[in-house]
Design a protein around this ligand. Structure first.
Ligand SMILES: [Zn+2]
Ligand SMILES: [Zn+2]
Length: 132
């Protein structure tokens, strides 16, 4: 059992901010935004709270390139797209033809509880820039 997570003003602010975003911000982006209302909040505090919220399943942590984590307030399993050019993360909204966990579970003896799909390539914005 995980200990009950203590609420804090900072964590509430981080979570509230994340709920207003659909662009999967990084810890640094969250930190920059929160500095406007909480000038004393450190990047370490933001990162620690984000990591903890993700651990408790309250938010989603998306590790795309193994370097920078992105965070998402939408925790229902959904596929993501990662742009190799600018590093942005977007939701893929096309409906899947099947539930990937159910599909794979039929051929797997253990219990699969989570599935993360990350597509990568070049986002719409970068594609347009490349072609002028
Ligand atoms: Zn891009
Ligand atoms: Zn997402």
């Amino acid at each position: 059992m995980k200990p009950i997570m203590k609420r804090s003003r900072q964590r509430d602010a981080i979570l509230a901010y994340l709920h207003t975003r659909t662009d999967h911000p990084t810890a640094e982006m969250v930190h920059t935004a929160l500095l406007e209302t909480m000038p004393n909040i450190s990047l370490g505090t933001v990162y620690r709270n984000l990591a903890q919220l993700a651990e408790y399943g309250i938010i989603l942590r998306i590790s795309c390139d193994g370097k920078v984590d992105h965070f998402d307030a939408t925790t229902t399993s959904h596929p993501h797209f990662y742009c190799n050019a600018c590093g942005c993360v977007e939701d893929i909204t096309a409906p899947l033809p099947y539930n990937p966990i159910n599909y794979v579970s039929a051929a797997f003896k253990g219990e699969i509880t989570d599935c993360s799909i990350i597509y990568s390539g070049t986002c719409e914005h970068c594609t347009k820039q490349a072609t002028g």
